[in-house]
Design a protein around this ligand. Structure first.
Ligand SMILES: Nc1ccn([C@@H]2O[C@H](COP(=O)(O)O)[C@@H](O)[C@H]2O)c(=O)n1
Ligand SMILES: O=P(O)(O)OC[C@H](O)CO
Length: 316
């Protein structure tokens, strides 16, 4: 008899999840808003996640939702810190699919980062998809495609991002949302956008998934729904991405990181949005990681400790 889970039946496949490890060999600190951050402990959370995933024995892969090393990591230690976290992930007995976050890009260039994390790439972009079983597809978006961080200053993607920030955020500190109202507060330098070419690629992938009768799970460092996140953490053009998603019925769940306290919503089209709680904000000896059991009619996140469990049942 195969694995029976909390649903009382065998999942089609299962995978591990963790987000925002933001490791650095520096003393504990706080976010801008005063939330404690445990930079040295976070790698122990990852270590316990990998141990748990290996012990479970039924996970086909794991997904890391980005920000593996913190921006406060001393720059002369960035490469070693990224290698240290990457090698912890490699202790997992199955593949790990990574995505990049703003803190990764504060530390290393895309050219260094993407090969280290084995992220499938063309022209230093970091979006890709894969199909763990014929009936499902995972789509990993690059939320820092159009971004003022991570590209050389004269790169067209950086120029476009700086133009948007100048237009949308009048503050001299482009990370400051002061004076911005409601959803406009997402136009911060530590966020970014999905560019035109990536949007076209996403449309093609979703059309193909629809033809193949596949269900799709989208993964992005930046959240895609205001119901699951503060405005300050959203992808700049989350609305463009969701307009494409809503053209089709194949996308069932969008998963993200970045908003460290986590969140959950179901949008107007019945798509589930789950933002994962950060490993970085776990006080010593507490955890935030989990695994996801995927079924035909639902996706069940089994969370440990600070990562809440969420059963996401599809409309159709
Ligand atoms: N409400 C906020 C949040 C952030 N900032 C600026 O962003 C920087 C990074 O923020 P963290 O959450 O990672 O600490 C922070 O240093 C501020 O410059 C802000 O201005 N207002
Ligand atoms: O991961 P950080 O440090 O960029 O923080 C992101 C904030 O939580 C977004 O509101």
């Amino acid at each position: 008899m195969g694995l029976i889970t909390t649903q009382g039946r065998q999942p089609l496949f299962s995978f591990g999840v963790i987000s925002d490890v933001q490791y650095a060999d520096i003393p504990d600190g706080r976010s801008f808003l005063g939330v404690p951050r445990y930079y040295r402990h976070s790698i122990l959370v990852l270590q316990r996640a990998v141990q748990k995933w290996n012990n479970l024995q039924h996970l086909s892969f794991a997904v890391n939702f980005g920000d593996i090393v913190d921006g406060f990591c001393p720059k002369d230690q960035s490469l070693d810190a990224v290698k240290k976290v990457a090698s912890k992930f490699e202790e997992f007995n199955s593949p790990v699919y990574h995505m990049i976050g703003n803190h990764c890009l504060y530390n290393l260039s895309r050219g260094n980062l993407l090969p280290l994390l084995k992220i499938p790439s063309h022209n230093d972009s970091a979006y890709y998809d894969f199909s763990p079983i014929p009936g499902y597809r995972l789509v990993v978006l690059d939320g820092y495609d159009i971004s003022a961080i991570g590209w050389p200053q004269d790169h067209p993607n950086s120029v476009e991002a700086l133009r948007s920030l100048k237009e949308k955020n009048p503050n001299s500190d482009k990370n400051s949302p002061v004076g911005l109202e409601g959803l406009e507060r997402r136009f911060l330098m530590f966020n970014g956008a999905v560019g035109k070419k990536q949007l076209e690629w996403l449309d093609d992938v979703l059309q193909n998934a629809t033809e193949l009768k596949q269900r799709v799970i989208i993964c992005c460092h930046l959240p895609l729904d205001p119901g699951a996140s503060t405005s300050e953490a959203l992808l700049w053009n989350y609305d463009d991405v969701m307009d494409i998603v809503h053209k089709y019925k194949c996308v069932k769940v969008c998963l993200a990181g970045h908003e460290h306290k986590g969140g959950y919503s179901i949008d107007s089209h019945g798509v589930h949005h789950r933002v994962l709680e950060a490993a970085l904000e776990c006080p010593p000896n507490s955890d935030a990681f989990g695994y996801i059991d995927v079924y035909e009619d639902r996706v069940s996140l089994v969370g440990f400790d600070r990562m809440k469990s969420t059963d996401m049942v599809f409309d159709s």
